[in-house]
Every structure is written in structure tokens, then in C-alpha cells.
Design a protein. Structure first.
Length: 359
């Protein structure tokens, strides 16, 4: 079903396969050293020194990883230099050159040292996100259906936040759906921290954003990528390269269209595949108990009928600390915080993404 709604060009399969492994194969103790353009070029999978946690690298782990990355950069520099000078390669270098050429073409042999990147495995985090998502997924699907959107968009928080209620980004985006205050004001009708952390209100905001993005951009690959890069950014990409999404991924040149934006749609496709086939990728995961605790679908209708545009917003929380998970759910269940009407939500629509900091 997902494949019919969200196209998966064959040219994107290496990227989708890479993120599928990040989500379902490689654990948090594993770091993949790879090419940031050709994701099927995986040079090494290293294990981090103990102790390993779900948080930041320790200083020792960072130093370990920096050394490995520098080793690969140096190896690839030497290989390119020898190829340019037509010098003899060692047996190991011949194998490396053949590996790169077979998987990405001979052009990938040049500049490879500058494209070395590391990616930590997310298997444990994705698994935990699957457990948490059972509480919200039926409700989110219902919300997207209300807006006439594909309900599989309910998988997007796996990419955005791993379904962590209090997730925060460096750009100031928070919550399951990662709204900044500027985007929340436009699409939720409330830029308070409380509203952005509220899973139901922010799901409505995400639906409104994605509906707007799809109407303006005309395709789901572009609309979903705009969640990371902004509607305006994807409009520029479309103006330069048309509707050919693969061409945009490969050729669109913009300082803000980096690794995250190029891979965002592929990450979404991979997340859809893993989440929709959880029993295949996590055979020991039993979600029956989690599904029994799903929020009632009636909460999806938490929207008052056509309030005036000047209706006051709920007060901002007095503290900057995020509310506890229990208080967030209670606020949803009691209906203390209400959404503006769809008309109010589309007043003065900006072309930034939910994640982008207000400029």
C-alpha cells in the first residue's frame, strides 16, 4: 500500500536499504563508516568501546571514531592519488577500487575522501519507538484521514523523534512532530511549548503542514522532504529540476540541502517498511500489550467549530521544562487545550518546515 502512494524509484533503493539497516540491523554500539553520496558504499562497521549508552559519545568513543574516519580518509586520498598518477596499486587498494567502481561507478573513486561519513545504528531506539508508537498510531492515522491524507504519514515521527515525547533538536524543534515556535504558530495556531509537546495538537499541525506542502508541490516525495527542507526550498528545487525527484536528490545544489534533506524521503520509506513489518524486523517484539493502551480515537476530533481568528491562545507554560508524559496525556484527555479551526490554521502560511528555526 505504501509503495502505491509514495513512489520508490529504483535509484533510491540503495538509500532506502541503508536506512532500513540503520533502523533494524545496526545497534547503538555500531557505527557505519560510509560514503555520504553513495550509501551503498559501506567501508566498515565498527563497534564502539564500552560503556555504550543511547546518549552522546564519550570522549574516548569520539576519539576512537575520529581516528577511524581519518584512517579511511587517508586511504581514499592515497588511492585517488595513485589512480590520477597511474601508479601501481597494492592488492588491498585494487580490491577497494574495484568495490567502489562496482557499487557506485568509477566516478565515485574521485573525491571519496571528502565524502566519508559515520552513522550510528538506531536499532534499539527504533524498537523502543515502535513500542511507544502503538499508543498514538491509531489516533494519528485517524487525524490524517480527517485531512484526506495518506494515513501512513503517521510513521513520520519514527524519522523525526523516534516517538520520544520530549525530543528536542538543535534548531529549537520539540515533540513527536518536531515543531519550532514559528511553524507551530502557523499550523497549530499556538506557538507555546505546551502545544508543541502535545502529541494530538502537533499531529493536527503536521497534517495541516503536509496538506499544504502537497498542494503546493504536487508530489509526496517533494512534500515529505519539505518537512525537513521547507516548502520554499523544495519549490526552488522543483523550479530548477522539475518533478524528477531523483534528479533533485542528485543534482540540486543549495547550502541547506545537505545530507539530511537528501535522505529524508528515503528515511521515511525505510521507516514505513520497518514499522509496517515490525514482526519481520523485530521477531521477538510483542506489541499486543502496547496496542491495548492506544489513545481513544475520539481525541482526533479535539477541534472546536470555526472559532474567531482573534480567539485567545492558551497561556504559555510558566516553566521552560517540558511537562511530564503523564501531564501531557491528561491535558489531551481533558481537552483543556483546543485546536483552532482549519481556516485559522491556514492564515499567513509560511514556507518554512516544521523543523526550521524561525528566521
Amino acid at each position: 500500500m505504501v509503495a502505491g502512494i509514495f513512489p520508490k524509484p529504483a535509484e533510491l533503493e540503495p538509500q532506502v536499504a541503508f536506512w532500513r539497516k540503520v533502523y533494524a540491523k545496526w545497534g547503538q554500539d555500531q557505527v557505519v563508516i560510509h560514503d555520504n553520496r553513495y550509501l551503498n558504499l559501506i567501508y566498515q562497521v565498527v563497534r564502539l568501546p564500552e560503556p555504550v549508552s543511547d546518549g552522546y559519545y564519550t570522549p574516548e568513543q569520539k576519539a576512537f571514531l575520529d581516528r577511524r574516519l581519518e584512517q579511511w580518509r587517508e586511504r581514499l586520498k592515497v588511492l585517488e592519488s595513485k589512480l590520477v598518477r597511474n601508479e601501481a596499486l597494492s592488492p588491498w587498494e585494487e580490491k577497494l577500487a574495484d568495490y567502489i567502481a562496482r557499487r557506485a561507478g568509477k566516478k565515485a573513486l574521485f573525491g571519496a575522501a571528502d565524502r566519508v561519513r559515520s552513522q550510528r545504528g538506531l536499532r534499539e531506539r527504533f524498537r523502543k519507538g515502535l513500542e511507544i508508537s502503538q499508543q498514538y498510531e491509531p489516533l494519528f492515522r485517524s487525524i490524517f484521514r480527517q485531512y484526506g491524507l495518506p494515513e501512513e504519514l503517521a510513521y513520520l515521527p519514527h524519522v523525526e523523534s523516534s516517538f520520544q515525547l520530549n525530543a528536542r533538536s538543535y534548531a529549537g524543534a520539540v515533540g513527536l512532530w518536531q515543531f519550532t515556535s514559528g511553524a507551530a504558530k502557523t499550523f497549530i495556531g499556538d506557538d507555546s511549548l505546551e502545544a508543541r509537546l502535545n502529541p494530538v495538537l502537533s499531529a493536527h499541525g503536521a497534517a495541516r503542514y503536509l496538506k499544504t506542502a502537497y498542494e503546493r508541490l504536487g508530489s509526496w516525495p517533494l512534500a515529505i522532504t519539505s518537512y525537513n527542507h521547507g516548502i520554499g526550498g523544495m519549490k526552488r528545487a522543483k523550479e530548477q529540476h522539475g518533478d524528477d525527484f531523483v534528479k533533485i536528490v542528485r543534482e540540486y545544489d543549495h547550502p541547506l540541502f545537505g545530507f539530511a534533506s537528501r535522505n529524508y524521503y528515503a528515511e521515511f520509506l525505510a521507516a514505513c517498511e520497518v514499522a509496517s513489518q515490525a514482526e519481520r524486523f523485530f521477531p521477538d517484539l510483542d506489541l499486543r500489550y502496547a496496542k491495548r493502551n492506544a489513545l481513544p480515537l475520539q481525541l482526533a476530533a479535539l477541534t472546536p467549530p470555526q472559532p474567531p481568528l482573534s480567539s485567545p491562545r492558551p497561556e504559555r507554560p510558566k516553566t521552560k521544562a517540558p511537562p511530564r508524559r503523564e501531564s501531557t496525556i491528561k491535558a489531551v484527555n481533558k481537552g483543556k487545550t483546543k485546536l483552532p479551526s482549519k481556516r485559522a490554521a491556514f492564515v499567513s502560511v509560511k514556507e518554512s518546515s516544521p523543523r526550521q528555526r524561525k528566521r
